[in-house]
Design a binder for this molecule. Sequence first.
Ligand code: 16G
Ligand code: MG
Length: 542
Amino acid sequence: MDEKIIAASKRHPIVPLGEGRLYTYGTAGFRMKADLLDGVTFRVGLLAALRSRKMSSKAIGVMITASHNPAADNGVKVVDPMGEMLEQDWEGLATKLVNAPTDEDLAAQYKSIAQQLNINLDAPGKVIYGRDTRPSGHGLVAALNDALEATSTQATDFKLLTTPQLHYLVRCLNTEGTVNAYGAVSEAGYYEKLSEALVRALGGRKASGQLVVDCANGVGGPKLHEFLKYVSKDKTGLDIKVVNDDVLHPEALNLDCGADFVKTRQKPPPSPRPTPGVRSCSFDGDADRLIYHWLDPETGFFMLDGDRISSLAASFIADLIRSANLQDELRIGVVQTAYANGASTAYIEKHLQLPIGCTPTGVKHLHHEALKFDVGVYFEANGHGTVLFSPHALRTFRDTQPQSPAQKDALDVLAACGDLINQTVGDALSDMLLVEVILAHKNWTLKDWALTYSDLPNRLVRVEVADKDAFRTTDAERRLTHPVGLQDKIDQCVSKYTRGRSFARASGTENACRVYAEAATRSEADDLANKVAQLVKQYGDM
Ligand code: 16G
Ligand code: MG
């Protein structure tokens, strides 16, 4: 085994990052310029081989993607058996394994982790993997496969997939043949499950008007085309026009399009030219983020981000739960991060009267918190999120005897939503179908949806600092404990603005700090963001 790993590792050398710098498994796994990733991916293969054996030979997923990042980047992350993100303790092991200085050290680390965690290396191991459309994905898959071969791990290549599809497949594979079977273990199984749930969730209603879907020139494009083959336009009213679906020119990926572009630039993708009044939405490069938007003929561009999707979904499901007379039986809650617009938080708390949890940035934190509810709605403002239903909730939808046609309808739609909404991770395609279902039920346009509340103007600023690790936070990243004294200064600053709120945190994906600010007016929000950014810069350079 040792020799095999060492020999294979020699074909996938790790590129030293230089003095004191380490590869770290962050919020999105390992992500960087693709040419640094060959050795990293090989080593992640070793980690996945260990993880599968630790998890009683269950299948582990590995996804090769850099999501919304530029085409030249790539990334690799590990999916746990139920389709969740890799368990946090293992992130440290991943970092350790990837930074082993020599091939021999690597093989020794592999064995020592197995020993420490009582992993039987002779047990069977199983890993499945997929990749987005980046050309560098081919080579990285080969590196991954070499690690699986060197460790005699059974490997299945699902080729091109969206990230949420891989999460789906991992869960399906590990629940196959059990009472919790999640679906057929194939891409077709995914489309069948969603298209069938879509019809049930609509319950005879139809989507109206065209929906233009910007696929960021990423893997979402071909996958959405594929999905549409499973959907009857007549039955569902779904009239989708797929745009920015060019996967033949790799450099086009995420370039001036996609969910991240729309969210950060607060404008529609310039191409194709947006038609005023048409309902539109954008996926990111691996189709796990969704942002709705449209160009209003009178008032201009308007965006419905993750906060909006979250409050829409929460209000819809809470209404259904009341119609099903289950409000005393099932607890529904919403989970956000500090980036959620204050207006959305107030709307959910005061108007919808639902409990809210706030967690640090990163999907795994939100997901974990959402599991505490029977129905947990979680979204990051950037458009990543989903709705989790507990086994108890799903059973209740199925087993409750309806006392009226209205109650039956509510129970059926709730059960359908449980199948429509990806239970493993945020999924742009599945979330989009949910939004379409809700709009059809409410007979709403995007404008009706937008009118539910008004966002507070906000601004995000990126600040370069010498050492981002000097910035440490508490209270779900809403307050800084370090550098000492900075939080007081921020508080003083914030207190001068109407409805002002601001926080600073170290990025988990780049070497920089991010400052968020919101206030009653555009100019106040901009001003507050700049003032806090100056403070961060000043303390960062001290
Ligand atoms: C990663 C996270 C995303 C988060 C972002 C924040 C996952 C799968 N992805 O992309 O949820 O919003 O990082 O980036 O957890 P930042 O730390 O650089 O602000
Ligand atoms: Mg993504």
